[in-house]
Design a protein around this ligand. Structure first.
Ligand code: IPE
Ligand code: IPE
Ligand code: MG
Length: 247
């Protein structure tokens, strides 16, 4: 049946705005409330022995939102780095930011670099925050790197295979996501980890992100544990394999 605990969980943290609107509060209050869920999910991931957690915080398309909301999101990102990085470090969490950070304010870029440097050698949990990230951007920057390597003469275009592409995607040193969660009720990928999630198990919940707590996360993990992943094989083949390799 395969592993019951995913090695890598990827989450689209959606529904902050609707959580706030339901309470007749500004959307920004929902974003602030969502930070608590980030902490809960990170801590539970450490407890569960999950190796990697990738959280979608800001997409390459989210720049289309009102300026005030974007400003608040940048401010919140900065504040959370300030308040939480030390604790993450103490818990053995390695923090990395995926995405094109060059569009962020300088102070935020500096903070991100400091947090990444501080936590670079931690091994308990690989935490990736996808910010100004898009799956198409990721595949495009991999294509750019492939082309540059060909031009530099260190890669033969005929030798480009899936592994060559995969190796140039962001977060290539981590296992691909096993479990892909989206909160907030929508059933779409919204340009998150397109290549990497080719064989991820999808899990959708109606809970808005600020309501997604440890218990909700454990339900998602239990659902994952009940699935049979087949990777193109038949169910019988999988059962036989499980018998051969001791489960
Ligand atoms: C997700 O919540 C957070 C970001 C995209 C930054 P939303 O802000 O998309 O909340 P809804 O989907 O409008 O409720
Ligand atoms: C996806 O949520 C991006 C993040 C959660 C950061 P959106 O709310 O931006 O996605 P759409 O626009 O509903 O597809
Ligand atoms: Mg949304």
């Amino acid at each position: 049946m395969g592993r019951t605990v995913p090695r890598h969980v990827a989450i689209i943290m959606d529904g902050n705005g609707r959580w706030a609107q339901q309470r007749r509060l500004p959307r920004t209050v929902g974003h602030r409330a969502g930070v608590k869920s980030v902490r809960a999910v990170v801590e539970e991931s450490v407890r569960q022995g999950i190796e990697a957690l990738t959280l979608f915080a800001f997409s390459s398309e989210n720049w289309r939102r009102p300026q005030a909301e974007i400003r608040l999101l940048m401010e919140l990102f900065l504040q959370t780095l300030r308040s939480d990085v030390r604790q993450l470090h103490e818990n053995g969490v390695r923090l990395r930011v995926l995405g094109d950070r060059s569009a962020f304010p300088d102070v935020l870029q500096r903070r991100i670099a400091e947090a990444e440097d501080l936590t670079a050698n931690n091994e308990t949990l690989q935490l990736q925050i996808a910010a100004n990230y898009g799956g198409r951007w990721d595949i495009t920057q991999a294509a750019r790197r492939l082309a540059a390597d060909c031009v530099a003469g260190c890669l033969d275009p005929n030798a480009i295979d899936e592994n060559a592409v995969r190796a140039r995607l962001t977060g290539a040193d981590l296992p691909e996501p096993d479990l892909f969660v989206r909160t907030g009720g929508e059933k779409r990928l919204s340009n998150f980890l397109l290549w990497q999630s080719a064989y991820a198990e999808l899990y959708f919940t109606h809970l808005f992100w600020p309501d997604f707590d440890e218990d909700a996360y454990r339900l998602a993990l239990a659902d994952f544990a009940s699935r049979q992943r087949r990777f193109g094989l038949t169910g019988d083949q999988i059962s036989t394999l499980a018998g051969c390799v001791g489960g």
